[in-house]
Design a protein around this ligand. Structure first.
Ligand code: MG
Length: 369
């Protein structure tokens, strides 16, 4: 919201949504004055209405409300940051209407990347990434065409266990995993960063978003988080995007592309940073990367299972039910039991997602008993 505000007159917020946080939603409505507001948890619609008494606004609710917003004629860009698979139907509607999709969370492209990118290209909808690495790749790709790419280099901070032993990593608990060195993020993504699942999910995201075979996507550890990712072209030139670790930059670029304007992001002072280092990740310790490459190669429903098993396992980890290393074991278990289907519908993807969530709990019960 701060980004659109800084961009001034050229952007108007038409609609806002939240799942449960109605007090913050109401505050944003009063500040940004959209025409429509949606609370996707229908049970909270009365609370939201009370908060917005006297405000001239259309209040809608439930998952269908998100779809209504995404379809609205007045909306040109849909910025999606909906956890889990809940935002997918709305994004597909926006894609079918040929809108610009600015996607902040990983699930749409990880779970339904093949279907979503196909639907978007059939309807001339643009997908612009807000994930910082993908924004960096997208920006670097402006220097050439996809056919001229030799490889994509995804950078990773390496998380808090970059220098730990395999044993320390596997046995880690909640508070050790939640200490992220460079980015200030929510608990789920911080755990994903500690296991490097975050990078595995980003690998799948990049694979679909840029139609790039996974063999052409490398991961490099870059602890300073200044080079947000790079593209190496066939002539050997490497184009990178650098910036402070500030999400305002990718959000703004997704809105203003193909143009650029001054905004609220802080600017880099390279002379303060001095060193930029790169190293290969330890794939024995961070097995998530290896599994991510395999899931991307398998395609179909495998990536949906990979994502859902991780989400469920991370919840268990955050609830102190399992150690860090068990997250990966549970994902491996689900993928080994799953028969991946290709050429699938959104419903089949969502069914695979649901199956994986149940399977994680089942597997854990069996381990305990
Ligand atoms: Mg990222």
């Amino acid at each position: 919201m701060r980004v659109t505000e800084a961009l001034g007159e050229q952007f108007k917020v038409i609609a806002l949504s939240a799942h449960k946080n109605y007090p913050l939603l109401a505050e944003q409505v009063r500040q940004y004055k959209p025409k429509i507001v949606c609370i996707s948890d229908s049970g909270l619609v009365d609370e939201l209405s009370k908060e917005l008494k006297g405000v001239d606004i259309e209040i809608i609710h439930g998952p269908g409300g998100l779809t209504e917003i995404a379809k609205s004629e007045e909306v040109g860009t849909v910025l999606a940051s909906v956890v889990g698979a809940a935002g997918l139907p709305a994004l597909f509607e926006a894609a079918k209407k040929g809108k610009r999709l600015a996607i902040a969370n990983k699930e749409p492209l990880v779970v339904a990347g093949e279907l979503l990118t196909r639907t978007a290209s059939e309807n001339n909808a643009e997908i612009l990434p807000i994930d910082s690495e993908h924004s960096a790749i997208f920006q670097s790709l402006q220097a050439g065409s996809v056919d001229e790419v030799n490889k994509i280099i995804l950078t990773a901070s390496g998380g808090p266990f970059r220098d730990s032993s395999i044993e320390q990593f596997q046995q880690a608990q909640n508070e050790q995993a939640l200490a992220h060195p460079t980015w200030d993020m929510g608990p789920k993504i911080t755990v994903d960063s500690a296991t490097m699942m975050n990078k595995a999910l980003e690998l799948i995201e990049a694979h679909w978003l840029f139609s790039m075979p996974v063999e052409k996507i490398d991961v490099l550890i870059h602890p300073q988080s200044i080079v947000h990712s790079m593209v190496e072209f066939v002539d050997g030139s490497v184009i990178a995007q650098l910036g402070t670790p500030d999400m305002c930059t990718p959000i703004q670029y997704a809105l203003t592309y193909p143009g650029r304007t001054a905004g609220i992001s802080s600017h880099l002072k390279l002379d303060d940073i001095k060193n930029l280092t790169f190293e290969k990740p330890d794939t024995k310790k961070f097995k998530a990367l290896k599994i991510g490459y395999e899931a991307a190669r398998t395609g179909g429903t495998a990536c949906a299972v990979f994502n859902a098993a991780n989400e469920t396992a991370v919840e268990l980890f955050l609830g102190d039910k399992i150690r860090l290393g068990v997250i990966i074991e549970l994902i491996e278990h689900c993928l080994s039991k799953h028969q991946s289907k290709t050429n699938v519908s959104l419903d089949e993807l969502l069914a695979a997602d649901e199956w994986a969530r149940k399977e994680v709990h089942e597997c854990l019960n069996q381990r305990v008993n």
